[in-house]
Design a protein around this ligand. Structure first.
Ligand code: NG1
Ligand code: ZN
Length: 545
C-alpha cells in the first residue's frame, strides 16, 4: 500500500537525489562534507515525521550541526521528546532511509516503515529545528522543510541555536502544562531559567575571583553566550567577569579553526589567539556549544588542562558535600559514569571519595543512559561533553525535605538551584561553564587549586589508519577496553602494557572517523608516549597486513 504522502515525498525527493553514497547514523547522527548532505537531511525530515506520529504527535527536534568538525562539514541529528538523543533502535531506520537509492525505493521504504511501525498517517506530527552558524545551514534547512511539508508536519524554525538549547526546547514543548514542566518554550526562557538558577546557586557563596575568558570556537556559542550574559548578574552584583573571545561568526572559515574545545583538548595547548596571562581562568566551547574544557597557564607558563574528567570530579565532590550538608546523603545515591578514555587518576580520585564509578562505551548516549540509574548521575567524556542528571526520586527528595538546621537549609537551597542550572537533557557548555564557576566560587578555588586535587597520569591518544576499522571489535561488557578481534591483537597489547608502571592501553574503532584509536597512559610522560607508540605500531602492522 502506498503511504498517504507517497506522491509528495517522491516529488520533493527528486529535488534532493541520493548522491550514490552510503551513509550511517552514528553516535553523532549523520556528519560529513556538507555538499553530500541534502538528501540525508531531507530523509531525516521524513523520519522525524514518522517518529512524531509514532509518539502521538509529540514534538521531535532536528539539529543541523557538525559540532567541532571543520566549517565545510555539516551534520544532522534527531532529538527525542524528553530532549534525549534518538532512541537507538530508530538509528537503523535513519540509515536505511538515507541509503535508499531512488525516489521509488525511498517511497516504498517509507510505506513499509509506516506499516511496520504501526504509524497512523493521520496523526498530527510536530517538529522543531535549529542550526549552528555554518554557511551550509540555510540550504540544509530548505531540504528539511521540503520533507516536513511533504509529510504535513507542523513545524517551528528556531534558526540559530546551540545544540543543547534545541534539546531544552524540545523537552519544554513536550512537558508544557504537565507536572514535569521543564521551562518556558523560548530561547529567552532558557536564559531566564539558567540565570535565575545561577543567582540562587551563588547566594551562599563567596564572590567569584578573577575573570573567565571564554573561547567560543567562532561558533554559535558566541552570540548565545553574549545573550546569556545579559540575564546574569553583573560583576558588581556578585556575578562572574566573563570575557568572550573567538566569537566571530561572520567568517565561515574561522569556525573551530585553531580554537575551540576540540583544538585545546587534542593539541593540549591554548588557542594561538589567546592572550591569557598566567593563572587566568580560561575555557573553550566547541562549535555547537555542547562541550567545554577549562585550562590555564601556570606560574611557569606551562599549559594546564582541566578536561571533562576534572569537571566530573569537581561536580561529584561538590554535590556529594551538599548532599551531606543538607542531610540527604542517605537518600541520594550519587555516581559517576566515565568511558575508558577517562584518566586513571580521575577514577582513583572518585573511588577515594567513596563514590561508585561505572564505565560505558564511548558516546554520550551510553553515558547518559547509565547515569539515569543513579539518583544523581554525573557523566562526562574526557573531551568535555557531559552533564549531571537528577532522578525523579532525587528531585522529590530535594524539593520536599524539611531541613533540620540553617546549615541544612542553605545546602539544600544550593542543591535545588543546581537541578535547574544543569541542563537535564544533554551536555551543555554554557550550563556546565556556569556550574564550574559556581563550584569554584563556593570552594574558593583557583584553577591551580582545582588542578591540585589529583595528578593526571600522562597519556597519549593516537589515531591509526587501518585497512578495515570494522575488523577491530571489542569484547561486550568491557566498555571497549578489550579487543575480541583481530585475534592476536589483545595479547600483544597486554604484553606491551605489562612493561610499564601504571600502564594502561586500549584500542577501539572510531565511530566517527575511518580509523582506530590507540589510548595509552603510564606513570611518566616518556613511558606513556612509548607505550602509545608501541601499541600504535602493532596496530599498524596487524591492521595493514
Ligand atoms: P570516536 O570517533 O568514536 O572516538 C569521538 C570522541 C567521542 C565522542 C564522539 C562524538 C574521543 C576519543 N572520541 O568518537 O568521545 O565525542 O566523537 O563526537 O574523544
Ligand atoms: Zn558539539
Amino acid at each position: 500500500m502506498a503511504s498517504k504522502y507517497a506522491e509528495a515525498i517522491a516529488q520533493a525527493s527528486a529535488k534532493h537525489p541520493q548522491p550514490g553514497k552510503t551513509f550511517q547514523y552514528g553516535t553523532a547522527g549523520f556528519r560529513m562534507k556538507a555538499d553530500l548532505l541534502d538528501s540525508v537531511v531531507y530523509r531525516v525530515g521524513l523520519l522525524a515525521a514518522l517518529r512524531s506520529r509514532k509518539l502521538n504527535g509529540q514534538t521531535i527536534g532536528v539539529m543541523i550541526t557538525a559540532s567541532h568538525n571543520p566549517p565545510e562539514d555539516n551534520g544532522v541529528k534527531l532529538v527525542d521528546p524528553m530532549g534525549e538523543m534518538l532512541e537507538s533502535s530508530w538509528e537503523a531506520y535513519a540509515t536505511k532511509l538515507a541509503n535508499a537509492p531512488s525516489e521509488e525505493e525511498l517511497v516504498q521504504l517509507y510505506s513499509q516503515l509506516t506499516a511496520d511501525l504501526k504509524v497512523k498517517p493521520d496523526t498530527p506530527a510536530r517538529v522543531i529545528f535549529a542550526r549552528d552558524t555554518r554557511a551550509s545551514g540555510p540550504r540544509l534547512v530548505e531540504c528539511l522543510v521540503d520533507a516536513l511539508n511533504a509529510t504535513q508536519v507542523e513545524y517551528t524554525d528556531y534558526k540559530l541555536l546551540t545544540t543543547p538549547q534545541l534539546h531544552y526546547l524540545v523537552r519544554c514543548v513536550n512537558t508544557r502544562g504537565t507536572q514535569y514542566e521543564y521551562g518556558e518554550v523560548s530561547e529567552k526562557g532558557y536564559y531566564e531559567k539558567m540565570a535565575a538558577a545561577f543567582k540562587q546557586a551563588m547566594e551562599h557563596s563567596d564572590k567569584p575571583k578573577g575573570s573567565v575568558s571564554v573561547d567560543c570556537a567562532n561558533g554559535v556559542g558566541g552570540p548565545k553566550l553574549r545573550e546569556l550574559v545579559k540575564y546574569l548578574p553583573s560583576q558588581k552584583e556578585g556575578g562572574i567577569d566573563i570575557k568572550i573571545t573567538n566569537d566571530d561568526v561572520s567568517k565561515a572559515e574561522s569556525l573551530n579553526h585553531q580554537c575551540g574545545a576540540d583544538y585545546v583538548k587534542t593539541n593540549q595547548r591554548a588557542p594561538p589567539s589567546s592572550s591569557a596571562k598566567p593563572l587566568e581562568r580560561c575555557c573553550s566551547l566547541d562549535g555547537d556549544a555542547d562541550r567545554v574544557i577549562y585550562y590555564f597557564l601556570d606560574e611557569s607558563n606551562t599549559f594546564r588542562l582541566l578536561d571533562g574528567d576534572r569537571i566530573a570530579t569537581l561536580a561529584a565532590s561538590f554535590i556529594g558535600d551538599l548532599a551531606k550538608q543538607s542531610g540527604l546523603s542517605d537518600k541520594l545515591k550519587i555516581g559517576v559514569v566515565q568511558t575508558a578514555y577517562a584518566n586513571g587518576a580521575s577514577t582513583k580520585y572518585i573511588e577515594k571519595m567513596k563514590l561508585p564509578v561505572e564505565f560505558t562505551a564511548t558516546g554520550v548516549k551510553h553515558l547518559h543512559h547509565a547515569a539515569t540509574r543513579f539518583d544523581v548521575g554525573v557523566y562526562f567524556e574526557a573531551n568535555g561533553h557531559g552533564t549531571v542528571l537528577f532522578s525523579p526520586n532525587a528531585l522529590k527528595a530535594i524539593h520536599t525535605y524539611d531541613p533540620q538546621s540553617p546549615a541544612q537549609a542553605t545546602a539544600l537551597q544550593t542543591l535545588a538551584a543546581l537541578t535547574d542550572l544543569i541542563n537535564q537533557t544533554v551536555g551543555d557548555a554554557l550550563s556546565d561553564m556556569l556550574l564550574v564557576e559556581v563550584i569554584l566560587a563556593h570552594k574558593s578555588f583557583s584553577c591551580a587549586e582545582w588542578l591540585a586535587t589529583y595528578t593526571d597520569l600522562p597519556n597519549r591518544l593516537v589515531r591509526v589508519e587501518v585497512k578495515d576499522r570494522n575488523a577491530w571489535k571489542t569484547v561486550a561488557g568491557t566498555a571497549e577496553r578489550k579487543l575480541e578481534t583481530p585475534r592476536e591483537a589483545q595479547e600483544m597489547i597486554d604484553g606491551a602494557v605489562g612493561k610499564y608502571k601504571e600502564g594502561r592501553s586500549f584500542v577501539r574503532a572510531s565511530g566517527t572517523e575511518e580509523a582506530v584509536r590507540v589510548y595509552a597512559e603510564a606513570s611518566t610522560r616518556g613511558e606513556a608516549d612509548d607505550l602509545a607508540n608501541n601499541v600504535a605500531n602493532l596496530v599498524k602492522r596487524i591492521g595493514n597486513a
